[in-house]
Design a protein around this ligand. Sequence first.
Ligand code: AMP
Length: 280
Amino acid sequence: MVEILKTPEDLRAFSKNLRAQNKTLGFVPTMGALHEGHLTLARTALENCDACIISIFVNPKQFAPHEDFDRYPRQLDKDAELLASVGVDAVFAPDIEVMYPKDFQTTVSLSEITKPLEGEFRPTHFAGVSTVVTRLLLLVGADKAFFGEKDYQQLRLIKQLAKDLAIPTEIIGVPIVREKSGLALSSRNAYLSAEERPIADQLNVILKTMASEFKSGDAISDIEHRAAQKLLEIGFRKIDYITIRDAETLLPPTIETKSHRILAAAFLGKTRLIDNISAD
Ligand code: AMP
């Protein structure tokens, strides 16, 4: 069984015990409804550190009022079982009052990296993410923390905030875990109907086509236009973006750009899917 920690005091006791044994700690923050992507982060943490804590907290601050906070899947018992099978040492599952005490007043926000892409379409999202991740990183005090490339822009901003705020936890990115079809695993895939599944699978196929067109030298605007048309044709309802960007700044590539990333966010029915791949 994994130990369930609920409070900062529980966390302190847990890490004091680890430090006494000279063990390193890895940390994986999640919102639960765990799948193989999360478990891969946990396994990577255990390969890199002596012990691993995973947090499960559905963070209200990163959902806009019209988003899916209320219907976001919650399954702590099943998650704890899955984590025990991977060998995770403890789960930090705080109540809302522990994360945001009544007099909580601080917001952590970043400038440049949060402006494009997700920042344009979910303008309050990243302040919620950076605030909760900062608090979690400081509460847990891990040596290393592991984040998925699935949320590519989020990974970039967390690396930036850890550097800017001198948070002494190394931030490590982990490649996306996918279904055989190429569909990126996501807790939100549970919302997809049987009819929507094969359409969702095409998102990654389209990104791969964009990568090969980019490598053959096609113009970026043409590649993006064709990809957007294709998504709409096969049944995506609304596209937030499908675009080739500078992998560091997430802005349109310039002559200074060293590596390129293709990123997309689009709605299939009510479900918002995101994915990204390297273009180089
Ligand atoms: P979430 O529970 O969706 O907030 O995700 C928690 C962490 O798991 C984040 O760092 C995500 O980027 C990561 N993650 C989610 N899905 C995947 C996936 N398919 N492959 C790798 N990492 C993932």
